[in-house]
Design a protein around this ligand. Structure first.
Ligand code: CP
Length: 323
């Protein structure tokens, strides 16, 4: 897979998934985002790194955070942004993904950010685009959501510093979660002490322990001594059968409440990629509480997406010149 993500010098060409990427590259993304974060905090929030480049947002599935932060990130790098509307496009008239891509290529676009219900869609596009074009995966089916994982790693580093001593728990619907998959790969590559997944067996992929994670079915037990709690929503749009008895019972056993949070390390942070389903996987008071860093994750998404776009389009040497 990495032969497609990296160019012959080992630099990022496409960003399709975390699996198999080297630790040094993940750290480079985090460090580049740190450099770019200062731009987002200035009065004039723009740098000319991607001036003259055209970025296309191709979202075949709904999105609030990812699509808007990609757009903001592109604008802060001075790129032109095209938010392609799938619903009013000719895909409904039978045009294939590749034909759509070829036509957008003919308009001299440089980078496609794609979200698709099909796992592997971004890889497929990367295999078929012209050599000068880059593809960034903004979430493909249950497979990967690599920029979400990197903004989560950025947030963890911001609050906790060194990755190596950390115990991280990912709670909920692991089976259908591309966020869980990308986060597990990122956390293992960055060398945290322990990754735990917590949920009912029906929502935990068989064989996940082979990735080196520990599996827990009981929430309180799984959260003991963790430093980071990453909550996930139930991805009911991807469930082909009823995998939990009821939302009410799910919340009873796996919902993060203040009472459960009190049994954990007092400095453990609470994360969630969004969208949040309050009263299903997390109590409102916890989502809004002082240990929640959920909105900080959203803010960090802008810097991470700026970094990944600038890196895939090889604009980072310019960044060093302009500092
Ligand atoms: N975290 C995330 O992917 O959110 P959106 O679906 O709103 O983009």
């Amino acid at each position: 897979m990495n032969t497609i993500q990296l160019d012959h010098q080992g630099r990022l060409k496409h960003f399709l998934g975390i699996e198999g990427l080297p630790k040094a590259l993940l750290i480079e993304i985090l460090d580049t985002a740190t450099s770019l974060m200062s731009v987002t905090e200035q009065t004039v929030k723009k740098v000319p790194l991607l001036r003259g480049k055209t970025i296309v947002n191709l979202f075949f599935e709904p999105s609030t955070r990812t699509r808007t932060t990609f757009e903001l990130a592109a604008k802060r790098l001075s790129a032109d942004v095209l938010n392609f509307n799938i619903n009013t496009s000719s895909s409904s008239k039978g045009e294939t993904l590749i034909d759509m891509l070829r036509n957008l290529e003919a308009m001299h676009c440089d980078l496609f950010v794609v979200r698709h219900a099909a796992g592997g869609a971004a890889h497929f596009m990367a295999q078929h685009v012209a050599p000068h074009i880059s593809i960034i995966n903004a979430g493909d089916g249950r497979h990967e959501h690599p920029t979400q994982a990197m903004l989560d790693m950025y947030t963890i580093r911001q609050y906790k510093g060194d990755f190596s001593p950390l115990r991280v728990a990912i709670v909920g619907d692991i089976l259908h979660s591309r966020v869980a998959r990308s986060n597990i790969h990122a956390l293992m590559t960055l060398g945290v002490a322990e990754v735990r997944v917590i949920g009912p067996n029906t929502l935990i992929p068989k064989g996940i322990a082979t990735l080196g994670v520990k599996v827990f079915n009981r929430l309180k037990e799984g959260l003991r001594n963790v430093d980071v709690i990453l909550m996930l929503r139930l991805q009911r749009e991807r469930m082909q059968a009823a995998l939990i008895p009821s939302v009410h019972e799910y919340f009873q056993y796996y919902g993060l409440t203040e009472a459960i949070l009190e049994t954990t390390h007092s400095d453990a942070i609470v994360m969630h990629p969004g969208p949040i389903n309050r009263g299903v996987e997390i109590d409102s008071s916890v989502a809004n509480g002082e240990r929640s860093v959920i909105l900080q994750q959203v803010s960090n998404g802008i810097a991470i997406r700026m970094a990944v776009m600038a890196m895939t389009l090889k604009a980072i040497p310019e960044l060093k010149d302009t500092r």
